[in-house]
Design a protein around this ligand. Structure first.
Ligand code: NAD
Length: 364
C-alpha cells in the first residue's frame, strides 16, 4: 500500500530535518507518495501568503502531513502559521511524548511524560485588540460598565477563551490516550485559583470527564506547583492535559527534562486529520549548516507510522534511532555536550547512520 502524505519542509532548519526524516521513513520499506506543500516564508516567496489554500487542501485530501518548523515573526508580520494550521484543520490535540532514551545526557533517569495540549483556544485563539483602536476602547468601556474595573487607555488586550466543548474533547482525548497506551494517571493543569471562569471551567469539565474513566487515576495541579515538581521529581507524572498556553511552555520544559528539543517529537491531531512535527522551532541561526538534530522529526515520523497502523515499521525505526542515541557516536552537537576526541556529526550523517541500522535489521 502507498500512503499519500503531505510534506511541508518549513523554513530555517526545517528543510534539513524533514529531508532526514523522509529518508529514514522511506528506509523502513513503507511506501510513501510525498505531496510537497509550502508554509511560512517559503510560501510567502512563492505564493505571496504564508499559508496557501493548496497547502490546506493537500492536508484535507491526504489526512496526514509531515511538517518541519516554520518561523513566526515576533511582534509584527504574519500571525503564526502553526496556530492557523491547527485552527483551520481543527487539529485540537497537540501530543508530545517526552521520554528518556538511554544514552541521552539528562539530570533524571526515568521520565516518561506525555503532554496533551489543547491546540485551538486559550490565549492563542488569535483575538487581540491593539492599544488605541476603537475596538480596544469599546472593550475598555464595556469592562468598566459591566465589571467596574478600569483598564488603562493605552492597554492592548488579548482574549483567553476556554470553552466547555473545547475542554471536554481535549480531556477525553487525554483519557482515551491513557486508556489505549496503558497509562495509569491523567493530571489536569490549571490556574483555577486565579482564573475562576476560564481555568475554573477547564478544571470542572476535566473532573466531570474523569468520572467516565474509573480505571484511570485523575488529579489536578496548579501550574506553578507543577513547574516546581517537574524540575524536582518529574517521574511522578504520567499524562498531563493542559490548556493551550500552559501546554506551550510545559512541553518545552518536559523536552528539556528528557535531553532537549532535538529528541522531542510531536503531533497535532483532529478527528479527521493529523500533522506530525517536532516540538522545536526553526532555529534560524543554524539554517543550512547541516548541524541540528533530526531525531525529533524522525521520532515524529515514528508517531506518524503508528498513526497509519504501520506498527512494525514504527518499532523498527524507533529502535534504530534509540541505538544511534545509545552508541552516542554519530549524533549531533546537542547530544554531545562534552565531546572531546569524537566531534559531533551533521544532520544528514545521523540519517545515514539510522538507515544503516534499519538495513541491518532487514525490511521485514
Ligand atoms: P527553536 O526551537 O527554533 O530553537 C531554540 C534553540 O533550541 C536553538 O537555538 C537550538 O539551540 C536548539 N534547537 C532547536 N531545535 C534543535 C534541533 N533540532 N537540534 C539541536 N538543537 C536544536 O526556538 P526559537 O528560537 O524560540 O524559535 C525560532 C522560530 O521557530 C520562531 O519564529 C518560533 O516562532 C518558531 N517556532 C516554530 C514552531 C513550529 O513550527 N512548530 C515551534 C516552535 C517555534
Amino acid at each position: 500500500m502507498t500512503y499519500n502524505v503531505t510534506l511541508i519542509s518549513g523554513d530555517g532548519i526545517g528543510p534539513e530535518v524533514t529531508e532526514a526524516a523522509r529518508r529514514v521513513l522511506e528506509a523502513t520499506g513503507v511506501d510513501f507518495h510525498w505531496e510537497l506543500a509550502y508554509a511560512g516564508s517559503d510560501a510567502v516567496n512563492r505564493f505571496g501568503t504564508p499559508l496557501p489554500e493548496n497547502t490546506l487542501e493537500s492536508i484535507k485530501k491526504n489526512k496526514v502531513a509531515l511538517k518541519g518548523p516554520v518561523t513566526t515573526p515576533v511582534g509584527s508580520g504574519f500571525r503564526s502559521v502553526n496556530v492557523a494550521l491547527r485552527q483551520e484543520l481543527d487539529l485540537y490535540a497537540c501530543l508530545r511524548p517526552c521520554k528518556i532514551y538511554p544514552g541521552v545526557s539528562t539530570h533524571f533517569k526515568d521520565v516518561d511524560i506525555v503532554v496533551v495540549r489543547e491546540n485551538t483556544e486559550d490565549l492563542y485563539c488569535g483575538i487581540e485588540f491593539d492599544r488605541g483602536t476603537p475596538e480596544a476602547k469599546r472593550l475598555i468601556e464595556l469592562t468598566s460598565e459591566t465589571k467596574g474595573k478600569e483598564i488603562r487607555e493605552d492597554a492592548s488586550i488579548s482574549l483567553k477563551v476556554i470553552s466547555e466543548t473545547g475542554t471536554r474533547r481535549i480531556v477525553r482525548f487525554a483519557f482515551n490516550y491513557a486508556h489505549t497506551h496503558q497509562r495509569k494517571r491523567v493530571t489536569a493543569v490549571h490556574k483555577a485559583n486565579i482564573l475562576k471562569f476560564s481555568d475554573g471551567l477547564f478544571l470542572s469539565v476535566a473532573r466531570e470527564v474523569a468520572k467516565e474513566y474509573p480505571d484511570i487515576e485523575f488529579e489536578d495541579v496548579i501550574l506553578d506547583a507543577l513547574c516546581m515538581r517537574l524540575v524536582r521529581t518529574p517521574s511522578i507524572y504520567d499524562v498531563l492535559v493542559l490548556p493551550n498556553f500552559y501546554g506551550d511552555f510545559i512541553s518545552d520544559l518536559c523536552a528539556g527534562l528528557v535531553g532537549g528539543l532535538g529528541v522531542s517529537p510531536g503531533a497535532n491531531i483532529g478527528d479527521e486529520m493529523a500533522t506530525f512535527e517536532p516540538t522545536h522551532g526553526s532555529a534560524p541561526k543554524y539554517t543550512g549548516q547541516n548541524k541540528t538534530n533530526p531525531m525529533a522529526t524522525m521520532l515524529s515520523g515514528v508517531m506518524m507510522l503508528r498513526h497509519l497502523g504501520e506498527i512494525k515499521a514504527a518499532d523498527r525505526l524507533e529502535k534504530a534511532i534509540a541505538e544511534v542515541i545509545a552508541e552516542g557516536k554519530n549524533v549531533t552537537y546537542d547530544l554531545k555536550p562534552n565531546a572531546i576526541d569524537a566531534p559531533p556529526v551533521g544532520t544528514s550523517q545521523v540519517a545515514d547512520t539510522v538507515i544503516e541500522k534499519l538495513e541491518k535489521s532487514g525490511n521485514s
